[in-house]
Design a protein around this ligand. Structure first.
Ligand SMILES: *[C@@H]1O[C@H](CO)[C@@H](O)[C@H](O)[C@H]1NC(C)=O
Ligand SMILES: *[C@@H]1O[C@H](CO)[C@@H](O)[C@H](O)[C@H]1NC(C)=O
Length: 249
């Protein structure tokens, strides 16, 4: 009896260790255990059961733990999924293939999606004198950009001389003029973000300052309307008094 149980244990041990699934991918997994890809590219993953697993064993794919819908004919013994096009959100996404009847038998791969900052073209900006000017560049990229430089009329902006402030975080860089002065702030601006992988990406802004206009006089308008309404009410009230008097007689 004891002999039999240990034999059974031995048997189970062998089974779990010969059951298996393998993932093949295009592009292949790199030395870091990641599939390197870029936005808009395609990644194909193929999962197959090991030699010692029944060839009609059903497979399941998960993306970050959520089940991927598969066609009926894409489940037994081997299963392929295609990530096309790759999106930003696929960065660090983990794809797992496992046996439907035994989730411990599985294999996983993780995507590393790289992309340059989306900076290009130019924008015309019109700003009123004495108001605030904010120019924004989207520098979101993977790997992150190593530097951001702002230029005015072809040379690096002189923040002090031109009364400008630059704030940069992981996703945007902003150039701000608190109070626009035509002779200090009009001109051609350009932000340039340097990606360690993709090189320099730039966007231009052509800033024109216009004369300060009078803001619509809102408060005097409200005061005038209130006066008109009060006059009308008073007129109605006094009229009503006359009518009421008339009735009393
Ligand atoms: C991906 O493709 C879309 C549509 O063709 C395009 O607008 C976008 O710029 C592309 N993105 C990258 C990073 O290549
Ligand atoms: C930039 O160049 C334009 C056109 O030459 C000029 O009108 C403007 O004053 C210059 N801006 C600054 C801040 O020097």
């Amino acid at each position: 009896m004891i002999f039999r149980t240990s034999l059974l244990h031995l048997f189970l041990f062998c089974v779990t260790h010969t059951l298996g699934v393998n993932i093949e991918s295009d592009p292949v997994v790199d030395g870091e255990g990641l599939i390197q890809t870029e936005v808009n590219k395609t990644v194909s993953l193929k999962c197959a059961v090991g030699k010692d697993t029944p060839a009609d064993e059903e497979l399941v794919w998960l993306r970050n733990g959520l089940t991927v819908k598969l066609n009926e004919e894409n489940k037994k013994g081997a299963s392929s999924v295609c990530v096309s096009p790759v999106i930003y959100d696929d960065n660090e996404a983990t794809f797992t293939c496992q046996l439907k009847k035994d989730a411990t038998v599985k294999a996983s791969v993780t995507l590393r999606v790289t992309y340059p900052p989306e900076l290009s073209g130019s924008e015309e900006v019109t700003v009123e004198e004495e108001s605030k000017l904010v120019l924004t560049c989207d520098i979101w990229a993977n790997p992150p950009v190593s530097s951001v430089v702002w230029a005015l009329n072809g040379t690096m902006v002189d923040l002090l001389a031109n009364d400008l402030v630059v704030t940069t975080d992981g996703s945007t860089s902003q150039l701000i003029a608190g109070k626009v002065e035509r002779n200090l702030h009009e001109g051609a601006y350009q932000c340039t973000a340097n990606s360690p992988k993709y090189g320099a990406y730039s966007k231009a802004f052509y800033v024109t300052a216009t004369d300060k206009t009078m803001k619509f006089p809102l408060m005097p308008m409200i005061a005038a309307i209130v006066v008109v309404i009060l006059t009308v009410i008073l007129a109605v009230v006094s009229r009503w008094r006359k009518i009421a008097k008339c009735f009393k007689k």
